[in-house]
Design a protein around this ligand. Sequence first.
Ligand code: NAD
Length: 492
Amino acid sequence: MRFFNYIAGQWLPSTSDRWFPNVNPADTRDVIGEFPRSNAEDIARACAAARQAFTRWSRIPAPRRGEIIRRAGDIFTRRKEELAAIMTREMGKPLFETRGDIQEAIDTAYYSATETRRLFGYNTPSELPNKMNLSFRMPLGVCGIITAWNFPIAVPSWKIFPALAAGNTIVWKPSDDAPHSAVIFAEILQEAGVPPGVFNIVHGDAEAGAALVEHPDVRVVAFTGSTATGTQIAARCGALNKKVSLEMGGKNAVIIMEDADLALAIEGVLWGAFGTTGQRCTATSRLILHAPIHDTFLGMLIERARALTLGSGLDEQTQVGPVINERQCKKILDYIHIGQQEGARLALGGNRRTEGELAHGYFIEPTIFTDVQPTMRIWREEIFGPVLSVAKAESFEHAIALANDSDYGLSSAIYTRSVEYAFAAMRDIEAGITYINAPTIGAEAHMAFGGIKNTGNGHREGGWTVFDIFTEWKTVYVDFSGRLQRAQIDTE
Ligand code: NAD
């Protein structure tokens, strides 16, 4: 079956007439369909449609736009089960996780719809008499959205709904590893009443993404993906003088102190490290154990991780699904090899699993390295798979130093019953997000989301802060004195 780009409200093939297959990573015999491998010409058509639709869309009162977005949330709710199955089939994570992915988009739709009744500006006194000063938010125009595959609906929704709420139009280049979910996103917005041209999808790979970044009509690029790609895009946006928001990689640490509730911490580490097969930007990939509980906790963790059930995400019994594709499977296995060569101790896993039905997919068993040194690559580099590196900390200060010894700064967590440790960690951990007694994953739609260091470039999605990405400020001075008043000069 062939799927198409969505441009100006129509389903169109690429002018390139090139196609790429979308394959189930749990069973590569299962081909979902072919999608257009689009080029700069397709991007130009989509940008033209978005540009043309902008004036009308941006002048619709924001709360009316909010009603359309709220309807989209309702339709996502109605189609949740069907879409969860589609998403699991194309990118592998278990159904209970894909349902959560869609729920996050539903929450974001309702949150963004509500914000259309606020989108606050402000007014302040003027320094001159009979003059009023105010500032309000304006939409930017055409937004270029480029996303990764691991949250095919949730992550795009963090950008799409607020951008639409603020009055922008969109060209979205979804990941070529999760294009089918994007098609359903378009169907839902179409049914909700988003007018033709306001929201467009152009499928493809880096070629289409790069063309979107380059296109002169695109005023802001909102990107989620790897740090390598994001940095490249930011450099182009710098040269082209475009606004750019980056959500990139992570290497997230959890600290378990000696006074922690260890049973609770086990649940958090298992979910953080092996949920979504470790393929989350917020996945727990570094575990820092306080020396007094190091051996006990590790023993408990290995036992529980060994028992996790691998399989197709469409099977309700599955706890850990496949990794996304052959390239990523090889990369993870390479890192496991690197860890062994570097001298870390492989305490669990380390292998691709190929018995029975697993032979047809990309399955890697939950893997734990101990005795990991902060200089090792498995400690420093994002692996994006079910691989957890464990280090021992002699003290609280040592644990914080280990956590902060990273080029990334997205999520973090500490398990402790001590108020002193908890508050010091909130202050001292260098990350955009810190959880106390909870895993590194679990973002909520109405809270700012993003990271520091090589994870981001200062923007935050989620919550109020996302509107800073998708709006510009207009400042207005209204002089009703009826005479020329010169600021800074007529001071008497
Ligand atoms: P990726 O960087 O390979 O690709 C991301 C997107 O960019 C894809 O749509 C891809 O086609 C496109 N792209 C690739 N090269 C491009 C170029 N030169 N110009 C324009 N577009 C280009 O990332 P991925 O493998 O799809 O996703 C995994 C990465 O995403 C991980 O690093 C993960 O941490 C990160 N991620 C971050 C967040 C976050 O919010 N911080 C969330 C999810 C995933």
